[in-house]
Design a protein around this ligand. Structure first.
Ligand SMILES: [Zn+2]
Length: 157
């Protein structure tokens, strides 16, 4: 038996709507009409039932940390991005630790990796509730969604 390879190339402009919705501080996902799964970022085909996900839906700004990683304290000369030392250039502070979280927004079936900010590494837990943090001025670009920060849990009585 031979297994074939599957290669999928996102159509040009497919994520345009997703990124443009950031201007209104909205997170858009794609809904599978067949099984009800919602994907963020939107994807064209459902990963479960291979149906085309034609419908777009706005999803919650709140989510949950599925996994995370914490960088060692940053040192000058250790974080070089595109030939620029991020500490020396002032993008990141010496001694700062970067936290990246795999986040699943409420009601969605997929996750994305975002910086987790406004917290300390020792306070981060799997299952922690977080909410989206937006740039002060949103321009409809990927960078508008800065990351997530801890959110208080809402308790309904
Ligand atoms: Zn489906």
């Amino acid at each position: 038996m031979e297994l074939g390879a599957y290669r999928w190339k996102a159509p040009v402009g497919y994520l345009d709507e997703y990124v443009k919705s950031f201007r209104e501080r909205k997170i858009i996902g794609s809904l599978c009409a067949s099984c009800g799964r919602v994907y963020v970022p939107p994807r064209e085909i459902c990963a479960r039932c291979f149906t085309e996900t034609a419908e777009k839906v706005e999803v919650s700004q709140y989510g949950e940390v599925l996994a995370f990683l914490v960088s060692p304290p940053l040192e000058k000369g250790k974080v070089v991005i595109a030939g620029i030392d991020a500490v020396q250039a002032g993008f990141l502070k010496e001694g700062e630790q970067i936290i990246l979280a795999m986040v699943r927004f409420e009601g969605t079936s997929s996750s994305l990796v975002l910086p987790l900010i406004n917290t300390e590494p020792e306070k981060v837990r799997v299952g922690m509730k977080v909410k989206a943090v937006w740039a002060e001025e949103c321009k409809g670009k990927l960078a508008d969604l800065i990351g997530v920060e801890p959110a208080f849990e809402v308790i309904y009585k």
